[in-house]
Design a protein around this ligand. Sequence first.
Ligand code: AMP
Ligand code: MG
Length: 408
Amino acid sequence: MLSPQQAVAEILARIEGLVAEETVPIATAVGRVLAEEVVSDIDLPPFDRSAMDGYAVRAADLPGGAEGPPGGERTLPIVGESRAGEPFRGRVPEGTCIAIYTGAEVPPDCDAVVMVEETERRNGDVTIRARPSAGQHIAPRGQDLRVGLGVLTPGHRLRAADLSVLASVGCDPVPVYRRPRAAILTTGDELLPPSQRPGPGQIREGNTLHLAAMVAAAGAEPRNLGIVRDDPAELERSLATALEDCDVLLTTGGVSMGRYDLVGEVLERLGVEPVFHKVAIKPGKPIWFGMRGRQPVFALPGNPVSCLVGHEVFVRPALARMGGASAAEVQPEERLARWNGSETVPNRREQYVPSLLLQGRDGHVLVEPVRWNGSGDVVGLSRSSALAVIPADRSVARGELVRYLPLA
Ligand code: AMP
Ligand code: MG
């Protein structure tokens, strides 16, 4: 049986980015993956900008120390005003100043701004108590970014703060990769949609909703095709239709060893080449993965926690790769926390344990298993904020560092 790491390698070896690009307005770009380098068309700030309300001066007119005037004050005539959106256009002769406001352009004759709090205005003059240094309270043109330089690179998933950058450099619309379209369906004669009340032997199904939400959070576009019966003909029809109109197919249920676990064989009949069936992971062992041309197919087990683990460990990196995300997003750095449960019993399979992340008293992050009753327990699952990863074939004692996957 493959280890989870081997299985991820098998998956990523077969999956390429979709490549297709589109443009979207800045307002809808958050969460999308940049497809091209963003280059600035201007300097940022675009002009020498005042960071304060006050007076723009020549620092040399207000010398400090022994060169300064007795009493430490000097009065300068105010020859104009520069405000945001309306710069001062004239000269500022030696021994004079202008009034200036936050965000306004500092005229080339001036090299410092004195805060209004350090001044006193009387008629057309201002008395200045401060001894400014050259450059004080001025954000010089091009300090943050120079025209022609790149600021965001392809593969970067846009965050809220990036929208300000895109806006500042005039990148609208934004070139992004197309989102992978993920078709999602679940199989099982016992399954009902949430609106119905279960009869004997029936349960309401939540996997497709859970998967769709996780897929959307991973930057893909989910399409929930709902429930399919454990009937070979119906399954074949539904899977064939689903495969026609998606970049990646996700199913849950019907991949164990039971008589009614038909998904793998039906997928093979539809031309999906099997890559592996079963991974040494707990829960989630019966996962089936195959490719139909460039189209990956993940058949996850039906137990809700198995389905979640299958998504987090195998599907998420695949969606990131398909969507053109950076290597750091496809395979993020490991996160570690101290195990805050009792000593674990060694298992042949790597275990993923629904857990809570806590702040320990000594400042360390703790990962503590929640009370749950196995891979069908959605109530226990909803109390968790992470999956703690217990390595195969060894036990972990309280306080030892373990890897964890945060849950959104
Ligand atoms: P299976 O993988 O089809 O053998 O299903 C394993 C367990 O998960 C069974 O108890 C199923 O009833 C349950 N199950 C299957 N699909 C779903 C689903 N979509 N939502 C919730 N539970 C499910
Ligand atoms: Mg089933």
